[in-house]
Structures are given as C-alpha cells and as structure tokens.
Design a protein around this ligand. Structure first.
Ligand SMILES: [Zn+2]
Ligand SMILES: [Zn+2]
Length: 253
C-alpha cells in the first residue's frame, strides 16, 4: 500500500430524488491517487465536469445501493467514457449490482462493447483500491445498502450512503477524520430508512468523528440548515465540526 498523506473529497451531489435548486442527486469523488467515485445519481456527471474531472479519470465507481438517485448517471458516465475511447470501468456495489447493471445495459446494445468488471461488496468486506483500504458496512435502508470507510495510512473518511442512524455505520465511522452522512429531513420528521439530526447525533455520540458533513438533503431541509446542525450537536454532545454539505464543496483531509 502506497503512502497517501492528504485525501480530497469533492461533494458532487448533496440532493435526493426530489429536485431542488443547487443540489444534484447523490455522488462524491475522493481523490488520493486516482479519483474514486461514490454513487452516481442524476446530475453527478455534469458536476464531475464542473469539478474539473474528465470522465476518463474515473475508472472505479462504488455504489452504496441501487436506488435511482444513486445510480442514474452511471450509464451516461460509461457512455461518456466510451465516446472518449475508454471501454473499461470497475464497478463495486451491494448484492444485486451485477444483475441490475446487465439488465439496464441490455436495453442499449452498443453498450455491450463496454468492458465492465463488477464486484459484489458485502458488509464487512475489505479491499484495496488506488492505494487506499476500503471497508464496507451495512446500512439500514429499504434494500441492500452499504456505507464505505476509506483509509490511507494517516486518514479515514466514511460515506454513509442512505441509512437510518445505525450501530454498523457508527462502527464504520469510529475515529474518522471525516464522515459524510445522510441527513434527509430536519426535526421533527419521523422517518424510517433515513436519518434525522437528533437520532444521527445520538448514534454518533462517543464515536470520535472529527468532522461531520450532512448530505442527501430533501427539499424540506431548505431554510432549516443551521437548526439541523444544532440538532445533530444536541444528540452528539461533543466537539466535532458539523456542517451542511453543498455541491462542489471540496474538503481536504
Ligand atoms: Zn436510497
Ligand atoms: Zn437516496
């Protein structure tokens, strides 16, 4: 494993399936050596370009789950690479990813030319990509879903995907330098499959995460951003830096 000092995370999409201004659907790109793309919802391909990345740079995509707001731009990304002369793509995702990809791709015969390697990732799996150690954890959502912990020798970053506040994601986030966690709705929404600020804060209490960035924001969060940050802190009770993420925000860890 090569030594990677700093890692840069660029939030590409901090929104959800219901559109609202300024927030594309889910996606972030993490750069240490080669860029790794996590999720690829609608709008992420454009955001990649706005963030200065060519589709050719993104050889590996890791999916948290298969909901449309996390995968809609994956075929357009593969097509953009194909148009630019690159057929290869390495795809990682939860159970069902291979069957889903094959079915969608079969609707577009010319995409059969793509050389896509698909790795099914299960909770607890560990592997290396681009000089980084990746560990998957089980998210609590309405279908098989994963969170990912990405580690260099000196840094740890965690992306929750879509999840309720869950002990498995807390374990994944233990001591992380950065946690990008979904927080779909403000208080006092009562939801399953997604996170709200106080329960999220409580779930992370004592986990020692240094910086928490909230993402996957439904339109109901508009104008409630500061209050959501305060509500996470009420549950958390310690001194982590907490903020609302925004599209194209770069975070160097
Ligand atoms: Zn989802
Ligand atoms: Zn989602």
């Amino acid at each position: 494993m090569s030594v990677v000092a700093k890692i840069e995370v660029t939030l590409l999409g901090t929104g959800v399936g219901i559109p609202h201004s300024g927030r594309a659907q889910a996606g972030l790109v993490l750069t240490a050596n080669e860029p790794l793309l996590f999720d690829c919802g609608a709008g992420v391909l454009l955001r990649l370009s706005e963030a200065g990345f060519s589709p050719l740079e993104v050889d590996a995509v890791l999916l948290s789950h298969l909901h449309l707001d996390h995968v809609s731009d994956l075929l357009p990304l593969a097509k953009a690479r194909w148009l630019l002369g690159e057929r290869r793509l390495d795809l990682f995702g939860p159970e069902g990813t291979g069957a889903w990809f094959d079915q969608v791709r079969s609707l577009y015969p010319y995409l059969e030319e793509l050389d896509v390697s698909i790795t099914t990732v299960r909770p607890g799996d560990e592997f290396f990509l681009s000089g980084l150690k990746i560990r998957a954890g089980e998210a609590v959502h309405s279908l098989p879903a994963l969170g990912y912990r990405i580690e260099s020798e000196t840094r740890a970053i965690v992306y929750s995907g879509d999840t309720e506040p869950a002990p498995s994601i807390r374990d994944l986030a233990e001591g992380a330098d950065l946690l990008v966690h979904e927080c779909s709705f403000p208080e006092p929404f009562s939801v399953t499959n997604h996170s709200t600020p106080r329960r999220l804060g409580l779930n992370l209490k004592g986990a020692g995460v240094k910086r928490i960035v909230l993402t996957h924001l439904y339109p109901q969060t508009i104008g409630r951003e500061e209050e959501m940050v305060r509500d996470v802190r009420v549950g958390l009770g310690d001194g982590a830096w907490i903020e609302i993420g925004r599209d194209l925000q770069r975070i160097r860890i």
